[in-house]
Design a protein around this ligand. Structure first.
Ligand SMILES: [Zn+2]
Length: 444
């Protein structure tokens, strides 16, 4: 029912994959702005006459010998990887060997009809929506890479052999949320706040008040970007893509975040109580804000494990819901995050998750929210609790020097920031082994 809360009230199963979270984030170089795309080493061409084939080309640099599918994508999706002079590239186990002296590599990707083959929005596929008139590009299923660095992409849209340049894109570094992009469509809705624009693509649910969300989301994202000290969060265009769900998809809000686009789906529950506009609005707002926080915080380039990534996104999404929703609606959505019987502490859940137990992910959303609340409510300083937590993240540059698998290091870094004592409860939510003993829980 609710994106990313993990522990879901029956009967609603919610998916919480968030593809980009699966990739480690490390320190990054700067990201080119959209204006830099004129120096793109990539060109993507889509053709309205053959909308289910996307053509990519990439300029190579001296010393390049191999290219590979971005984001560990499926090499089988790429047809005819070749040098632009016609020589084929040689298939390797996880990529292609470039012919010697080749300066530009090209490939074709067969894409899907997003209406005829609808798929789960947590694993968005590159495809075309003929009804809504746009292409969705998902990096893993459309792009090859020659390096992990960020770069510009030029996009060309053709029809009857007449091609025009479309919006330039930024291909994020491999350590940031991936490229998702909606191309070629006239957005169904455009909202602006300060210098930030949010465009809606695809068919959004018919729900009173939902058209106010894009403006509110732009405002929220600018606010978060400023609070976290991320100047690049202003002046960007952010796309929100609604995808058609599959006919047999269980009810829930499905979404995943890209660098400056996120995709979503709503499958309404058959339970009349969960069909009310107020509940649907609560679910959509909180889910959208969660994804938007991923996109904003992804610009920090912080190396966060999944428990930090997901718990912070849910904490800030809920705080935004507290401000945006009616009190009763917020109370309802907040209750979905309130119970976590038998959940392991966060670092234990992360260890089990790292060992291959994907079900542990659900705990990051619920226990994680509780952890950050306990921390934020005890921070010194001025402003709201979320403002103080954002300041802590900003000052520590995204906990850059903290071992986020070490409970004592985490608590000490928070206390060491001059933010006051962290209650024992927070330590217990991280790791039970350390939460007894001294008054602070930290062994003397
Ligand atoms: Zn998430």
């Amino acid at each position: 029912m609710i994106a990313c809360t993990g522990r879901q009230p029956a009967p609603a199963a919610t998916r919480a994959l968030h593809r980009w979270c699966l990739f480690a984030m490390a320190g990054l170089g700067s990201v080119p702005t959209q204006a830099d795309a004129s120096i793109a080493e990539y060109v993507i061409t889509v053709d309205a006459d053959a909308p289910l084939v996307l053509r990519g080309s990439m300029r190579l640099q001296a010393g390049d010998t191999t290219v590979w599918p971005a984001r560990h994508g499926n090499a089988g999706a790429f047809n005819e990887v070749r040098c632009s002079d016609g020589r084929p590239a040689e298939t390797l186990q996880s990529g292609w060997q470039i012919p010697q002296g080749c300066q530009q590599v090209e490939w074709d990707v067969r894409t899907v009809d997003l209406n005829a083959s609808p798929a789960d929005a947590t694993v968005p596929q590159t495809g075309h929506d003929p009804r809504q008139g746009f292409w969705l590009i998902s990096e893993a299923s459309a792009l090859l890479r020659r390096s992990d660095e960020s770069t510009g992409i030029a996009v060309r849209i053709c029809a009857s052999d007449d091609c025009r340049d479309s919006t330039p894109l930024v291909l994020p570094s491999a350590n940031q949320p991936p490229l998702y992009a909606a191309i070629g469509a006239r957005p169904s809705l455009v909202a602006q706040h300060v210098a930030m624009t949010i465009r809606i693509h695809g068919e959004r649910p018919e729900l009173p008040g939902i058209d106010e969300f894009p403006h509110a989301l732009a405002e929220t994202m600018v606010h978060w970007g400023d609070a976290l000290g991320i100047p690049a969060s202003r002046g960007i265009v952010y796309d929100w893509v609604w995808l058609p769900p599959a006919p047999d998809q269980p009810s829930g809000f499905y979404a995943s975040a890209g660098f400056d686009t996120f995709v979503s789906q709503l499958v309404v529950s058959e339970d009349p109580e969960d069909q009310t506009p107020a509940r649907l609005r609560s679910i959509i707002w909180t889910g959208a804000a969660h994804e938007a926080f991923h996109s904003v915080s992804g610009r920090l380039g912080a190396d966060w494990p999944a428990w930090v990534n997901e718990s912070l996104a849910s904490y800030f999404a809920l705080e935004s819901a507290r401000q945006r929703l009616d009190a009763a609606d917020f109370a309802w959505i907040d209750r979905q995050y309130a119970h976590y019987p038998e959940a392991p502490p966060l670092l234990e859940a992360q260890r089990r998750y790292d060992a291959g137990d994907g079900s542990q992910r659900q705990h990051f959303y619920v226990v994680g929210v509780h952890f950050w609340r306990v921390v934020a409510e005890n921070l010194d300083g001025v402003g709201s609790t979320q403002a103080k937590l954002a300041e802590l993240i900003k000052q520590s540059r995204g906990f850059a020097r903290v071992d986020l698998s070490d409970p004592i290091a985490i608590i000490r870094s928070i206390e060491g920031s001059g933010s006051g004592a962290v209650p024992l409860e927070a330590l217990c939510l991280l790791d039970v082994d350390h939460c007894v003993g001294s008054p602070t829980g930290i062994a003397e």
